[in-house]
Design a protein around this ligand. Structure first.
Ligand SMILES: Cc1cc2nc3c(=O)[nH]c(=O)nc-3n(C[C@H](O)[C@H](O)[C@H](O)COP(=O)(O)O)c2cc1C
Length: 219
């Protein structure tokens, strides 16, 4: 078998690293999930390039086990809102344990999800549990969930870089997305990313992020 060719990678001078890393941190800490979106249009090409960026993420055995469905059709967004609100209503009124509701209280969320229709785009992210080869046989995917999580992080970061806000949205059951978006059985809904500019009157909950000392252990 032919050997995989290897190439050197470019880097930055050592003396620039501290300053660059602080700048990146300052930029990333400004990202917030929002729940009030403007309907201001956004270039589809720009969003597709962000999805391309997500596709550069590392993945188990380079299998790239992701599908991103870019939803812009108002009818499809309407159907997703309807499906999601049905599930959310049952969740908030019947199924949610008190502890979960307490955790959500500071975020001020409820079963109504107008942003699913109001935002210009939704990106439904699917994990391919397994691949399907040309002869129809199944190809095992390694670490598919982890890989798609990383790719979604790339996507959120790419959008943030363009000043576009997101909400990571995960209704308690997401199987309805397969039916609405006509995705095959090997694809599991991973999450729904709501994408758009923030409404000019947007408000975000005050949250605290853990300090470096709380999240890092150096050995
Ligand atoms: C995996 C995941 C699932 C989430 N699901 C929801 C959700 O269903 N509804 C919602 O309003 N926010 C959801 N969020 C957003 C979180 O509430 C938000 O990221 C968190 O409060 C931190 O706020 P920040 O994103 O502004 O830093 C989710 C975030 C993640 C990472």
């Amino acid at each position: 078998m032919a050997e995989t060719p290897f190439s050197p990678l470019p880097g930055y001078p050592d003396e620039e690293l501290a300053e660059r890393s602080v700048q990146l941190y300052r930029f990333m800490e400004r990202r917030r999930s929002i729940r009030q979106f403007s309907d201001r249009p956004i270039s589809e090409e720009a969003i597709k390039n962000c999805i391309r960026t997500a596709g550069t993420a590392p993945s188990g055995a380079n299998q790239q086990p992701w599908t991103f469905v870019l939803v812009k059709d108002p009818r499809v967004k309407g159907a997703i809102r309807e499906g999601a609100e049905q599930i959310e209503r049952v969740f908030y009124e019947k199924r949610a344990p008190e502890e979960w509701k307490d955790a959500l209280k500071p975020l001020g969320t409820g079963y109504r999800k107008p942003f699913l229709e109001g935002a210009p785009y939704l990106i439904a992210v699917f994990v391919q549990k397994y691949g399907v080869s040309e002869d129809g046989s199944r190809v095992t995917h390694y670490y598919a969930q982890k890989s798609v999580g990383i790719a979604t992080g790339f996507l959120i970061t790419a959008l943030h870089q363009l000043g576009i806000s997101t909400l990571t949205y995960t209704p308690s059951s997401m199987n309805f997305l397969n039916a609405i978006l006509k995705r095959p059985e090997n694809e599991l809904p991973f999450l729904l990313l709501v994408v758009g500019y923030a409404d000019e009157n947007v408000k975000v909950p005050d949250i605290r992020r853990k300090s470096l000392d709380e999240i890092v252990i150096v050995v």
